[in-house]
Design a protein around this ligand. Structure first.
Ligand code: COA
Length: 247
């Protein structure tokens, strides 16, 4: 794949959601970004079995690499030959993997609440398998900073359903993903964003990315946890907007 007609002043931003979520998770951030930069082209994708693709779950087991190929295929379907990838959690792992394996398709990276390795607590893996509905709420509650519980509950209540088993499948893919020693090969400019109170992918993970990616910046957002993109969409939009302007 080569850089094509969309290699313009205002690049396309492709948003990749995290485990158990869907494209809708990005709505507050997309609105905040569009208000600041109306010319930006924003494309939020659903992974197989998620959101609008609930009827198309694909195989029972997938890897982060499989998901990366799926995102690349969706970009191709949408006529996007290269983009800035904005990934949250599992979506960040997918974005980093695409940058490693299809560098021409990636103009830059915005990695939100993610890391180069995403081991998952065994109790979380078990809970998503054995009692998925309760686990979905509990894990989102863990993902919001203290004081944001009402917002966490409202988000879960508004979240479009996914096909059965998706949350567990996503987390199982995270658990075996590990690109800790590959980061030096990623040459694209990268922006790391993490909530200061993120318990799922702590700021240490973002710091590791910032220290090992050749061209990276790190911004830690106060009063936010793992769902920093929904907890502080305006602050995140300001950071992304500033970074885009300086590219
Ligand atoms: N970036 C930088 N450092 C990382 C890292 C990353 N992406 N992933 C792990 N590490 C560090 C750990 O902090 C640890 O450092 P330490 O030895 O200084 O404490 C070391 O590497 C080993 O970590 P890990 O291989 O993950 O094993 P572990 O036994 O320390 O921890 C868990 C396993 C599941 C307990 C841990 O990863 C965790 O608490 N995860 C957060 C909760 C979760 O399930 N999140 C879901 C993510 S999608």
């Amino acid at each position: 794949m080569t850089h094509g007609a969309d290699q313009s002043a205002e690049p396309t931003l492709v948003f990749i959601h995290g485990s158990g979520d869907g494209a809708q998770v990005w709505e507050p951030l997309k609105q905040a970004l569009q208000a600041r930069k109306p010319a930006l082209k924003l494309l939020a994708v659903d992974l197989p079995g998620h959101g609008a693709r609930i009827a198309d779950p694909g195989p029972e087991q997938v890897s982060v690499r499989d998901y990366a190929e799926d995102v690349l295929a969706e970009m191709t379907r949408q006529g996007v030959s290269s983009a800035i990838l904005v990934g949250h959690s599992l979506g960040g792992a997918i974005a980093l993997t695409l940058a490693l394996e299809h560098a021409d398709a990636v103009r830059g990276l915005v990695i939100v609440g993610s890391g180069a390795r995403l081991r998952v607590l065994p109790s979380i893996l078990t809970a998503t398998l054995e009692r998925p509905d309760e686990a979905a709420l509990e894990i989102v509650l863990m993902g919001y900073a203290p004081g944001h519980e009402a917002d966490a509950r409202a988000y879960v209540a508004s979240r479009p359903p996914n096909a059965p088993g998706m949350f567990h499948r996503d987390l199982a893919a995270c658990d075996v993903y590990d690109i800790m020693t590959d980061l030096e090969r990623i040459q694209q400019p990268a922006l790391m964003i993490v909530g200061q109170q993120d318990q799922m992918t702590p700021p240490k993970y973002a710091q590791y990315l910032a220290d090992h990616l050749p061209s990276a910046q790190l911004r830690v957002i106060p009063d936010a946890g793992h769902y920093v993109l929904r907890e502080q969409p305006d602050a995140v939009a300001v950071v992304i907007g500033g970074w885009l302007s300086a590219l």
